[in-house]
Design a protein around this ligand. Structure first.
Ligand SMILES: NC(=O)c1ccc[n+]([C@@H]2O[C@H](COP(=O)([O-])OP(=O)(O)OC[C@H]3O[C@@H](n4cnc5c(N)ncnc54)[C@H](O)[C@@H]3O)[C@@H](O)[C@H]2O)c1
Length: 420
């Protein structure tokens, strides 16, 4: 019997790890991506996703069972297709054009008995109301009935060494019992545990609950942090102490704002749907967005005040930012609050230098000079600002040598350190 043929549409942070895992599980995998440059780089063994080292990609290519491609015709004869394309916001509104393009592209290759699964994060109803009609009209087939259709949210956490795709439970769903069974069977080959739910809407909402929960709780702690500063209370210590309660409390830590492809965006998919379907505001989400958006400005103001205390104006000051990615130990700069902080400081007239070992150079904001973390850079800086606390940074050296440190992540201590 020939190996199962999987097509993964989108070879980014979600699609590439899935493709690799499927190859390792013995499937024949086509990694489709419209970004021809990305496809070429993948074909030569170059990985741009930190969690997929080049040797793992090389092994997949070497097995002959992984083929990156920009041509939907290579999907011909597929058994399972998983869609992992972006779902951004455009002017605050869900932009499902990538999902539509993927559905239109794969539709002609849908055949009886195959399965299509959407993994992109989206509002409840997308799989059945948007994707299904596209697939049905392009294929002339029906689901349920002719082909299987489902939704399975992705929980990938880039840079997390413990929880990876294969050992994180995966929620699975289908438009009917047969679809659910087929989708579940597929993912049981990929992950150690699946969590079947009874409808695609439940699965779509599951992902949005997870991300909204984080977004709202981070906002709660961020607001508390801004208020605690004015009350002169150490919020970090209070959170550490609260964390000792063995039940009913989960800690969230303050930070310079939220970033990436998920927290600033996914909850808006839910509030948009609630507004559209019910004509009501999802107040928690909107409030949390407001508070999280305030954080970069709060950070810039605190740095300005801190410099002032050392007798230095922010205009003309030399500032060294540690980390520009939105998340530690990754180079992901999408919607990074660190970039927002950097821009604000540049606008205030500071000379901004940044240490960012992971990001690709073309993502660095204009006006920011990327430098290595050296004693000379720290000595020459009027302030060192810990924005994204990559583990590779030498925090001891920073504590020893910096004149003033503004630490948004609670990584440094000592007389020169002020925490968010
Ligand atoms: N990055 C994460 O940590 C994460 C976690 C969970 C869920 N998600 C969700 O997964 C989805 C994908 O996110 P990502 O981070 O992998 O995005 P990404 O930008 O890293 O990758 C998406 C890829 O899809 C390609 N693409 C766009 N349109 C296409 C099309 N029509 N056909 C083929 N390829 C196409 C792009 O060129 C890109 O390479 C989003 O909905 C996101 O919200 C992301």
């Amino acid at each position: 019997m020939s190996a199962e043929k999987l097509v993964v549409i989108g070879q980014g942070y979600v699609g590439l790890p899935l493709a690799m895992r499927a190859v390792e599980a013995g499937m024949d995998v086509v990694g489709l991506d419209v970004d021809t440059d990305r496809v070429k780089r993948l074909a030569t063994g170059e990985s741009f996703v930190e969690d997929i080292p080049a040797d793992r990609l090389g092994r997949a290519l070497g097995s002959g069972r992984y083929r990156p491609s920009a041509d939907y015709a290579d999907a011909e004869g597929f058994d399972v297709c998983v869609i992992t394309v972006p779902t951004p916001l455009r002017d605050g509104t869900p932009d499902l054009s990538y999902v539509e393009q993927a559905g239109t592209g794969i539709g002609p290759y849908v055949r009886p008995g195959c399965a299509v699964v959407l993994e992109s994060t989206t509002y409840p109803g997308t799989t059945e109301e948007l994707l299904r009609p596209l697939l049905e009209s392009a294929s002339g087939l029906r689901s349920p009935g002719d082909f299987h259709l489902g939704y399975s949210p992705e929980r990938i956490d880039p840079g997390n060494p413990t929880w990876r795709l294969e050992n994180t439970p995966k929620v699975v769903s289908g438009v009917d019992g047969a679809s659910l069974e087929r989708v579940d069977e597929f993912y049981r080959r990929i992950v150690t545990r699946t969590v079947p739910v009874t409808s695609t809407r439940v699965a779509e909402l599951t992902k949005l609950i997870e991300n909204t929960y984080r977004q709202v709780n981070i906002a709660l702690i961020n607001e508390l942090t801004m208020l605690s500063h004015h009350l002169d209370i150490d919020v970090w210590q209070a959170i550490d102490a609260a964390e000792t309660k063995p039940f009913g409390f989960m800690p969230f830590r303050p930070g310079p704002g939220v970033g990436g492809h998920c927290l600033p965006i996914d909850p808006c998919y839910l509030s948009w749907q609630v507004k559209r379907r019910l004509g009501r505001q999802f107040r928690f989400i909107e409030l949390a967005n407001d508070i999280n958006h305030e954080m970069p400005e709060h950070v810039a103001q605190r740095i300005m005040a801190g410099l002032n205390r050392t007798g230095r104006a922010v205009s003309g000051a030399r500032l060294l930012l540690l980390g520009l990615a939105y998340k530690k130990n990754t180079g992901d700069m999408r919607d990074s609050p660190a970039v927002d902080v950097a821009r604000r400081l540049c606008d205030l007239g500071a000379e901004v230098r940044a240490v960012e070992p992971y990001a690709e150079p073309h993502h660095i904001p204009g006006g920011v000079l990327v430098v290595p973390l050296t004693e000379q850079e720290v000595d020459a800086a009027d302030a060192v600002i810990v924005v994204t606390d990559h583990d590779v940074f030498d925090y001891d050296m920073v504590e020893r040598r910096a004149r003033y440190v503004f630490d948004t992540r609670n990584r440094c201590s000592g007389p020169a350190v002020e925490r968010l």
